[in-house]
Design a protein around this ligand. Structure first.
Ligand code: ADP
Ligand code: LRH
Length: 496
């Protein structure tokens, strides 16, 4: 039987991919989502002068290529959805043309602005009206950086489109603003469920740039006639899915009705739990958790953890030195290295900027009186053990905030291909890890298309479809006094 077919574009900070989802039915009421990857391409930051940018037109070109591939292979998707990393945006002029290359969230122009804006508004006020952890890349700081630099783009811009909305616009010509991305800006007030015009005014950010958000599952519009002609494909409608990749990934966690904890594991690690609304308490702020708008009316209480970025950057450095080692091999090297020699705190701010990661890790170890990791295996082992311990710390904090105890951790995303990390995490937590699916963001993206098409009733039914369609790998914890001792050392770094 042929079933409804949809196309998901999932743009991660390290790679972009296009996947086809087909809803297959055995005729007896049992349905499965069959997923096929049709295209994958690297996504790199590009340094231009003092700034770091995304290569947005390259992404557009790869997306068009994906659409062509899909139809060439005989698929006939009726809709598509785009999800990307959070916070970033492009500006359009009055003719609807893109003003320059969007900044990359790791551009250093926001340095020092957390402190500056905090002093202007008071951190409590900022938190109460945004619900977000103070991350240097939040859209609020990026726009304020442009304002401070006297950017003429801000003066002529008519519309701001967040990255997934921008890519959707470049394919359809329709401007939209999707809710989950809007909640990553720090300019959207979860209390009033509206843009915070007061913050904008006080920072000199023009408030006319922002469109009213629509909820995930809203149909945006068909491919533009230019794109249809160029590619020779029929009309296919864009759906505003959970366009923030993290929210799409959470939608695809195969959890049941009980409260659960999750870790979305990619370039970033997002660890948290699903809530019915935001938790805007002082303790949430002090423990550095965010409230992000999710799909299906949820709010996600989660912590941004620097994640596999540390490993990606080391790999990039070794690759550039001509010492190319793939991820599976790096994991094997880590497995052979001695355990618990050196640990870092992954969220030390020094690790945020790109470049020099191996030296930064060594410096952290030296400053904290630990053996300095030398070989690739030692470095990778240090990163993976440190991440696992950080996950335990964040899970304990989530338990404190929600006054619940979670019986294990769901892990999804590309990072679960690192089985050593999954095993370390189960051991560090002393709880089972349920790993899968890998392509959670793309799958969650498809689910919201199926909701828009009336094929899935709600998030609960969508999650059941994931559980019926994809295997989950279970990692039981191995009891170990060594992990407990390592956790004591880790906590000694003193960060929340
Ligand atoms: P993003 O969406 O942020 O680009 P992904 O979810 O694709 O990230 O995850 C990318 C990460 O997954 C890489 O940084 C790497 O650490 C890990 N990874 C990818 N493939 C493998 C593999 N074969 N073995 C181990 N780890 C892998
Ligand atoms: C993960 C992610 C995360 C954001 C970061 C910018 O891809 O979307 O949720 O905070 O990118």
């Amino acid at each position: 039987t042929t079933g409804t077919t949809v196309l998901a574009f999932d743009m991660g900070a390290s790679s972009g991919r296009a996947l086809i989802g087909r809803l297959a039915s055995d005729g007896q009421g049992n349905r499965k989502l069959e997923v096929t990857e049709i295209h994958r391409f690297p996504n790199h930051a590009v340094q231009v002068g003092a700034h770091l940018h995304w290569d947005i037109l390259r992404l557009l070109r790869e997306m068009k290529k994906s659409i062509r591939f899909a139809f060439q292979k005989g698929y006939e998707p009726v809709t598509f959805g785009v999800d990307t990393w959070g916070v970033d945006f492009g500006l359009l002029d009055a003719n609807g043309e893109l003003l320059g290359n969007p900044y990359h969230y790791r551009d250093p122009h926001t340095e020092g602005l957390i402190e500056e804006v905090g002093a202007m508004f008071g951190q409590e006020t900022l938190f109460r009206h945004s619900g977000l952890q103070f991350m240097p890349f939040n859209t609020l700081y990026q726009l304020y950086a442009m304002k401070k630099a006297g950017s003429p783009k801000l003066d002529v811009a008519e519309t701001l489109l967040l990255t997934p909305d921008l890519l959707t616009y470049l394919l359809t010509g329709v401007k939209s603003c999707e809710f989950t991305m809007a909640t990553t800006t720090q300019l959207f007030d979860p209390g009033t469920q509206a843009w915070n015009k007061d913050f904008m005014e006080r920072l000199g950010i023009p408030s006319h740039l922002f469109l009213d958000p629509v909820h995930p599952g809203t149909i945006v519009g068909p491919l533009s006639s230019e794109v249809m002609d160029e590619l020779g494909v029929p009309a296919m409608k864009a759906v505003a899915v959970g366009t923030h990749d993290t929210e799409s990934a959470i939608a695809a966690v195969p959890a049941g009705d009980d409260p659960f904890a999750y870790l979305v594991c990619g370039t970033w690690s997002l660890l948290g739990t699903e809530m019915a609304g935001p938790l805007l308490t002082e303790e949430t702020m002090n423990l550095e958790f965010s409230n992000e708008g999710g799909v299906g009316g949820t709010y996600q209480l989660l912590k941004n953890i620097m994640g596999l970025w540390l490993l990606q950057e080391c790999k990039r450095e070794w690759d550039e030195e001509g010492n190319e080692i793939d991820f599976p091999e790096l994991v094997r090297m880590a497995e052979q290295a001695a355990p618990f020699r050196s640990l870092v705190h992954p969220d030390d701010p020094r690790f945020f900027a790109h470049g020099g990661m191996v030296d930064k890790i060594r410096a952290f170890c030296e400053e904290t009186g630990q053996p300095v990791p030398q070989s690739e295996g030692e470095i990778v082992r240090c990163i993976l053990e440190s991440l696992a311990l950080r996950y335990r710390q964040a899970l304990e904090q989530a338990e404190r905030l929600t006054e619940r105890v979670y019986s294990g951790l769901h892990m999804v995303g590309g990072g679960i291909q690192n089985k050593l990390l999954c095993r370390f995490t189960a051991n560090a937590l002393g709880k089972p890890v349920w790993a899968g699916p890998i392509e959670a963001s793309a799958i969650g993206n498809m689910l919201l298309q199926l909701v828009a098409l009336g094929e899935c009733k709600d998030l609960r039914e969508a999650r059941r479809l994931v559980a019926d369609s994809f295997p989950v790998e279970v990692y039981e914890p191995e009891t170990s006094a060594e992990w407990t001792a390592a956790y004591e050392r880790f906590i000694g770094f003193g960060r929340v």
